[in-house]
Design a binder for this molecule. Sequence first.
Ligand SMILES: NC(=O)c1ccc[n+]([C@@H]2O[C@H](COP(=O)([O-])OP(=O)(O)OC[C@H]3O[C@@H](n4cnc5c(N)ncnc54)[C@H](O)[C@@H]3O)[C@@H](O)[C@H]2O)c1
Ligand SMILES: [Zn+2]
Ligand SMILES: [Zn+2]
Length: 392
Amino acid sequence: MRAVTWQGRRKVSVDTVPDPIIKEPTDAIIKVTSTNICGSDLHLYEVLGAFMSPGDILGHEAMGVVEETGSSVGDLNVGDRVVIPFNISCGACFMCDHGLQSQCETTQNRDQGTGAALFGYSKLYGEVAGGQAEYLRVPQAQYTHIKVPDDGPDDRYVYLSDVLPTAWQAVEYAEVPAGGTLVVLGLGPIGAMSCRIAAHRKDCRVIGVDRVTERLDRARAYCAEVIDLRSEDADAVVADLTEGRGADAVIDAVGMEAHGSPIAEAAQTASGFLPAPVGRLVMKNAGVDRLAALNSAISLVRRGGTISLSGVYGGVADPIDMKTLFDKQIQLRMGQANVKRWVPEILPLLTAEDPLGVESFATHRLPLDAAPGAYETFQKKEDGMVKVVLQP
Ligand SMILES: NC(=O)c1ccc[n+]([C@@H]2O[C@H](COP(=O)([O-])OP(=O)(O)OC[C@H]3O[C@@H](n4cnc5c(N)ncnc54)[C@H](O)[C@@H]3O)[C@@H](O)[C@H]2O)c1
Ligand SMILES: [Zn+2]
Ligand SMILES: [Zn+2]
């Protein structure tokens, strides 16, 4: 089959690789019909390269049709149309029972000290072959699937794999009070969808923040205000709008590669050039994140407010402003999305009326072979690219 593979720092290719096969009774094979590129893939493309091996298949936002099943996949059947959650979870352990599917105890990576295994997400998360491919092997398939109706385009459902539940969790964790103000930092797919979900579900004022023209323009329809960091001071604008208090809640949808942290950026870049075993040691012991977005969140949130982090962080030696977090009595919630936890609430919104605008969310629909160029364009934020759906 054809698959998008990681080959090195800022280098992906599309190769012919062996078709996946059933290895466990709980496996299924999916014929992939749509598969997205995510901001999380950009971390692998750049700063987490030390945890990748050349040839690893990328991707964790796939949907398709069940092609083959093992003998123990519950009610999953060949021919079912399914979206595959980015976390692999069993549905039966303590964590899954508590709605913490991204911490599943059956698929946790205890050797790495990390949570549930993820598709296409490096040695840190189980080195499971990803979904940017013609076929995908799904472990724990009895639970790691979302059945969707046979009608309606893929675009209606494909974001259930990650963008929708991640943004939903970000908004839930933000706990913005009725009539309150929510600031969303970063208007990539996750931040943009967080604005849409908050505007749709919560009685609150949403303020979107970014530094890319098309991303700000797209968010205007769903936000009361947008702030362009290139020309405006977010602290001053938010203070003005909130009687000087700050926002009730702030979502950080940027993560560890935030713009505006030059020293950490240099450290990340340097570690990317080390041989992989050394790079892994450096990232695990001295690795740093670019904290510009988290620091803005700490500054923008009001005293007693909540910060909800959905941007991915991976460093261990980060100088965090504990004094301000403590003094302002800030609540902090974060983590990989527990995809299946939120699906029952999201599915009723995926209708022809399309209140969240999912069917027009993709800016680019491309064949799988176009992936190398798409990664580059997405990383550089060129050509108005916000979300790419690849069609194998
Ligand atoms: N928690 C989860 O389960 C989960 C799931 C998916 C993605 N993510 C993470 O969410 C983050 C966003 O993902 P995405 O797909 O939207 O990616 P993206 O890279 O397209 O979006 C990030 C946006 O942040 C903006 N930005 C950069 N620096 C900024 C700053 N200092 N202040 C404000 N905005 C800034 C960029 O211009 C960009 O538009 C990534 O870190 C990704 O790994 C987390
Ligand atoms: Zn993703
Ligand atoms: Zn589990």
